[in-house]
Design a protein around this ligand. Structure first.
Ligand code: PLP
Length: 305
C-alpha cells in the first residue's frame, strides 16, 4: 500500500495524524481526526496499541515493537492491517511530517488498532475492518536532574486481568494505578501479585541485589517491554550478572537498586518506595552503567543507518 497524501502545513500544536476508519485512510490534523462512536475501541476497549521511541528521526527497535504489535493483535484475533513495510512507511511519513511542521526529531509514535466499527454486541462482528490511528509527539526524556536524584514510587496490589502480556487499550487498571502514584506525588506505582513483583503501571521494574540484575518472568502477568529485551541484552553484553525469576515483595523492598524502564522513560532510578529509602537512598552505580549502555545502544542504532 502506498503512503497517504498529506494536506498542507499544519499548526504547531495540531500535528498531522494517520487515521483509517472502515478502510478509508487519511492524514489529518489531530483536531480534525474523528472516529464513529460505535468504534469498538471506544465502546469496549477492544484494541491494542504500541509506543515507539524515535531518536533523530529514526524509530528505535522498530522490528521488536512491530513484532509485539503483531503478537498483541494475534492474541485478540484482529487481523494485522499492514505488512511490516507498510507500518514502517506510515511511521516514517508521520515522523517526517512532524519534523517538517515542528522541527523536532526526537519523538514517540503512538499507534492503535481496534477491531473496527459495528453495531454494539460483545462477540466479534463479522466482516469489519480494523480502525488504525497513529500520532506522534515530542519525546521528552527524564531530565538529567531526575536521573541524578532518582524518583519515588508507591506500591499497590496488582488486581488487573491475567493477560497483561497483551498491550491492550483496555487500561483502566493501569490508569487507576498511575493515578494512585500521581495522587501520592510518586512517578510510578509498583505492583505485587500474590506477594511477587509484576511491573509498574506503565513500566517494567528491575531490581539490583548484590550486583545481580533481576527481572520477573516474562509471562502473562507482565507486559514484556521492548526495553526488557534490550536491558537483558545490555547486561549480557557488558558482563553484568542477570537473573530472571520470581521476585518476592521483600526482595524489592530490600534491594540495593530499583530501576524502571519504558519507551518514554528509558531507564529511571527509584530511590524510595512507599517513603522508605531503596538501598542507601541514593542513585546506585548500576543505574549509571545501565544508562550509559542504553545511550551507547541508541548511538549504535543510529550509526547503523
Ligand atoms: N509494562 C507496562 C504495563 C507498560 O505500559 C509499559 C510501557 O508503556 C512497559 C511495561 C514497558 O514497555 P516498553 O519498554 O516497550 O515501553
Amino acid at each position: 500500500m502506498s503512503a497517504v497524501a498529506s494536506p498542507g502545513p499544519v499548526a504547531l500544536n495540531d500535528p498531522l495524524v494517520y487515521l483509517s476508519v472502515s478502510g478509508e485512510a487519511e492524514m489529518v490534523p489531530l483536531s480534525e481526526a474523528r472516529i464513529p462512536v460505535l468504534d469498538r475501541g471506544f465502546i469496549f476497549g477492544d484494541g491494542v496499541y504500541e509506543v515507539v521511541p524515535i531518536y533523530a528521526g529514526r524509530a528505535f527497535r522498530i522490528d521488536q515493537h512491530l513484532a509485539r504489535l503483531a503478537r498483541s493483535l494475534n492474541a485478540i484475533s484482529i487481523p494485522n492491517p499492514f505488512t511490516l513495510g507498510e507500518w514502517k512507511d506510515r511511521i516514517a511519513q508521520l515522523v517526517d511530517a512532524f519534523h517538517r511542521s515542528h522541527g523536532i526529531d526526537d519523538q514517540f509514535v503512538y499507534m492503535q488498532v481496534t477491531r473496527g466499527v459495528a453495531k454494539r454486541g460483545h462477540a466479534f462482528p463479522k466482516g469489519i475492518v480494523p480502525t488504525v490511528f497513529m500520532m506522534t509527539s515530542p519525546l521528552v526524556l527524564p531530565s538529567h536532574e531526575v536521573r541524578a536524584k532518582g524518583v519515588v514510587a508507591v506500591t499497590q496490589t496488582d488486581n488487573r486481568w491475567m493477560r497483561c502480556d497483551i498491550k491492550s487499550v483496555s487500561l483502566l487498571g493501569n490508569v487507576l494505578m498511575a493515578e494512585h502514584a500521581a495522587a501520592h506525588g510518586a512517578i510510578e506505582t509498583i505492583l505485587f501479585r500474590d506477594g511477587f513483583l509484576t511491573e509498574g503501571s506503565s513500566s517494567n521494574v528491575w531490581v539490583v541485589k548484590d550486583d545481580v540484575l533481576r527481572a520477573p518472568p516474562k509471562d502473562n502477568r507482565i507486559l514484556e517491554g521492548i526495553r526488557y529485551g534490550l536491558i537483558s541484552e545490555l547486561a549480557e553484553k557488558n558482563g553484568m550478572r542477570f537473573a530472571i525469576g520470581p521476585i518476592a515483595e521483600a526482595d524489592v523492598r530490600q534491594a540495593d537498586e530499583v530501576i524502571l524502564s519504558s519507551a518514554t522513560k528509558e531507564v529511571v532510578p527509584v530511590v524510595a518506595i512507599d517513603g522508605v529509602a531503596v538501598g542507601d537512598g541514593e542513585v546506585g552505580p548500576w543505574f549509571g552503567r545501565l544508562y550509559g549502555w542504553y545511550q551507547d545502544a541508541k548511538a549504535e542504532a543510529l550509526g547503523a543507518h
